[in-house]
Design a protein around this ligand. Structure first.
Ligand SMILES: [Zn+2]
Length: 434
């Protein structure tokens, strides 16, 4: 047992131990100090059991936690619950972290709940034996409600630990006790730099909750423009219907609390909707006005939603701008490519026209058979060139160009077939015609 009555006040020996420890004393020095302060009182039976009133004695071992025990070695519900509690904590928790955190949580809970007439007591002080002893039992005025608070520090992925937490929850609920599970921040695995997802161990799956603010997040998702939703979730259909869940991680030493809101993907991974919302532990452990739950939400959540939407919108506009830039680049490239091809075509046609001119010059002297053969060769050459053109637009353009060139040359040829008494070259004649 941690506590005992002493001259009308409750002495919690573990609390005193931690007080001395924060003053810089080591375990040996603390035990010396406690011995100095209380040993004689303990011998004279000044300490009595909180539950049954029998005398208890102070036990200060070097290798285990300090505690009280019945002087006659008997058991009452407190001593039995306490023994069970200690055994469970030693088996599953990081004792040092748990004890320190529990001390801080107690102070905060008492400060926040006393004004409402809610009593905060150690779980093992519960009148009646429990199979699972919570860290704290909160009793509402007139015993109308009982809540249990557990602080988990032992990071364990084992099946046994998960079963332990699940059974604990089930037992509380079967006894009409509402459980609140606070998980130490050492369990929080989330790093947006490497992943937008978090991963849970099986134990955490029993701690995940559905809180009123989770429904607000569902509405936020439903209200989001489909383009933005695609950006946020990649494959929104995978998560439909949206069912936001949350988990709370506490850091008693820093007096902070982080709330994670997420959509489960499969059994153990979840897409985290927003960076963990940090609130003070004081706020987290204060009660809502309707006294139905703790204020495990951030006042910044609506702001966070607006910010997230703005972020997504900015990202979306950036993507649109990028697409437009690429399209522009593509059309510029195509235009350049086309004008280059046109240039090449012009050259080819010019070359072709020159060949045609030369052939036509030869025609003058050629026989009819040869004229036909030359014409066939030229057509063949043309069709070969056309085949090389890969655009129908270019083909049509080339056809028209060559047609007009051929017409021009044939006209010129007609002139040439009735030779004038002249030695002028074709170029000279063309120049003259102009
Ligand atoms: Zn007792």
């Amino acid at each position: 047992m941690e506590s005992a009555w002493f001259h009308g006040r409750l002495v919690n020996i573990c609390y005193e131990f931690h007080q001395l420890s924060t003053n810089g004393l080591d375990k040996k020095q603390i035990i010396q100090q406690l011995n100095h302060d209380y040993r004689l009182f303990s011998k004279k039976e000044a300490f009595t059991c909180v539950c049954c009133g029998k005398p208890v004695e102070m036990v200060l071992p070097l290798d285990r936690s300090v505690h009280f025990r019945h002087k006659d070695g008997s058991e009452c519900s407190y001593s039995e619950n306490y023994r069970k509690y200690k055994k469970q904590k030693e088996k599953y928790e990081n004792i040092k972290r748990h004890e320190l955190g529990k001390t801080i949580l107690r102070t905060l809970l008492e400060g926040q709940l006393k004004p409402y007439g809610i009593t905060v007591q150690d779980g093992y002080h519960y009148k009646g034996t429990l199979s699972f002893i919570p860290d704290f039992i909160l009793t509402f005025p007139n015993q109308e409600k009982i809540w249990a608070i557990d602080y988990f520090t032992g990071f364990k992925g084992s099946k046994g630990y998960a079963t332990h937490i699940a059974k604990r929850k089930e037992t509380y609920q079967s006894q009409g006790i509402r459980p609140f599970f606070l998980v130490d921040e050492v369990w929080l695995a989330f790093n947006p730099k490497v992943s937008a997802y978090t991963t849970f161990v099986e134990s955490e799956l029993h701690i995940i909750e559905k809180r009123p603010q989770d429904i607000d997040w569902n509405l936020f998702l439903l209200d989001l423009d489909p383009h933005l939703l695609d950006l946020l979730l990649q494959q929104p259909s995978k998560y439909e219907p949206f069912d936001t869940r949350s988990i709370v991680y506490v850091n008693p030493e820093d007096r902070t609390c982080k709330i994670l809101r997420f959509l489960m993907t499969n059994q153990r991974h979840a897409f985290v909707l927003t960076t963990p919302l940090e609130i003070s532990l004081e706020q987290a452990l204060s009660i809502t006005p309707d006294m139905e739950t703790f204020q495990l939400y951030s006042h910044e959540e609506n702001k966070q939603m607006v910010l997230l939407k703005e972020e997504l919108l900015a990202k979306y506009y950036q993507i649109l701008a990028e697409e437009e830039r690429k399209l522009k680049e593509k059309s510029l490239f195509e235009e350049k490519h086309r004008s280059e091809a046109e240039e090449r075509l012009q050259e080819a046609i010019y070359e072709h026209i020159q060949t045609m001119e030369e052939r036509i010059k030869e025609w003058g002297q050629a026989s009819t058979n040869n004229k036909i053969r030359s014409q066939e060769e030229m057509d063949e050459d043309l069709s070969r060139r056309f085949k090389a053109l890969n655009s129908s637009y270019m083909k049509r353009k080339a056809e028209l160009l060559i047609q007009s060139a051929r017409q021009h040359i044939l006209q010129h040829h007609t002139v040439n077939t009735y030779p004038e008494p002249s030695d002028m070259t074709t170029e000279e004649k063309v120049a003259m015609k102009k």
